[in-house]
Design a protein around this ligand. Structure first.
Ligand code: SF4
Length: 197
């Protein structure tokens, strides 16, 4: 068994947060160790918790169709995208708006190890929780509108495509008008040579 397969078999059995959540956790992570783009988001939604497939929800459709402009087949090609998050399980519904924050322990326990074994060429961070993990002292909006590197690899920060994020999009219309075009171009330069459809 390869390093990633071993790691994933451990990850899928993780029940560390069962008491915190009050239900059985379902860890989710997809992709191969040779994936070109390592994508990190916040945590699975309730829909993803039920389906077991990352970004199998409204946010995912916007991310693939409107932002990246790629097909579902390309997004779920394990040699193209490694899809992970700072919290690998749906964390339950918040008493306020949206879901609970991802448990801090998860990224330390699993994401760091995934980063070590995946030989990606680019990082894409989605949402503030992912951005804060990699760039803890930086302003989120500044991160979205500038280019970065993680471990010497080109890296981009996107806002979360969730419909709950409506205020951020309203306050920053230049993201969907301009900035996303830059990120889309970088994504296509990286993956188009691999697409056979
Ligand atoms: S959120 Fe992370 S640490 Fe908690 S149970 Fe899921 S995989 Fe384990």
């Amino acid at each position: 068994m390869g390093e990633l397969e071993l790691l994933r078999s451990e990850l899928l059995r993780c029940r560390e947060c069962e008491e915190l959540f009050g239900f059985e956790p379902r860890p989710i992570s997809m992709g191969n160790s040779c994936a070109k783009i390592f994508q990190v988001s916040q945590a699975p939604s309730i829909h993803v918790h039920r389906s077991g497939r990352s970004f199998d929800d409204i946010s995912g459709r916007k991310l693939r169709g409107k932002w990246y402009e790629i097909s579902d087949e390309t997004f779920y090609d394990p040699d193209i995208f490694y899809i992970s998050s700072v919290g690998h399980c749906y964390p339950g519904k918040s008493k306020h708006q949206g879901d609970n924050p991802p448990p801090k322990i998860c990224a330390q326990k699993w994401l760091k190890r995934e980063i070590d074994v995946v030989d990606n060429e680019m990082f894409i961070l989605i949402g503030k929780a992912a951005a804060d993990f990699f760039f803890p002292r930086e302003d989120f909006t500044d991160l979205v509108f500038s280019d970065h590197t993680i471990n010497g690899k080109p890296s981009f920060v996107l806002p979360h495509p969730s419909p709950l994020n409506v205020k951020w999009f309203k306050d920053h219309p230049e993201f969907e008008k301009e900035r996303i075009k830059d990120v889309r171009k970088e994504v296509h330069m990286m993956i188009d040579p691999l697409i056979t459809e």
